[in-house]
Design a protein around this ligand. Structure first.
Ligand code: AMP
Ligand code: ZN
Length: 111
């Protein structure tokens, strides 16, 4: 838990948010400013600032985001149409919330 971290506050339910999924390690909720019809944030509960801050011992926590993403894509109905998975890393990489999270973005209309 980091005191000034928005996502820690969401994880700890100090700021209300509707979780699409929760277990002991992760929460998933919709991005407040979606970049596509489906835009989820997959967030480890543990406060890790960014991909740059991974340490040995974090592998399974970060690795677990990928099967969770596949499950959430299926629940949202975008597994077959396709989606993007994105980590923004630090300010130059577009990161605004410095609590590690994976964006799942999809649901564009098929052309
Ligand atoms: P990033 O730029 O990778 O740090 O992504 C942070 C994301 O969090 C942005 O896409 C924001 O729209 C989103 N966001 C900020 N505040 C909230 C919130 N209270 N609930 C849901 N998503 C949020
Ligand atoms: Zn945090």
């Amino acid at each position: 838990m980091s005191d000034d971290c928005l996502f820690c506050k969401i994880v700890n339910r100090e700021i209300p948010s509707e979780f699409l999924y929760e277990d002991e390690d992760y929460v998933v909720f919709r991005d407040i400013n979606p970049a596509a019809p489906v835009h989820l944030l997959l967030v480890p509960k543990r406060h890790i600032r960014s991909i740059n801050d991974l340490e040995s011992g974090h592998e399974s926590l970060v690795g677990g985001l990928f099967p969770l993403a596949a499950d959430m894509a299926k629940k949202e109905g975008v597994n077959e149409s396709g989606y993007k998975l994105l980590f923004n890393v630090e300010k130059g990489g577009g990161q605004e919330i410095f609590h590690l999270h994976l964006h799942l973005i999809g649901g564009w209309r098929k052309k």
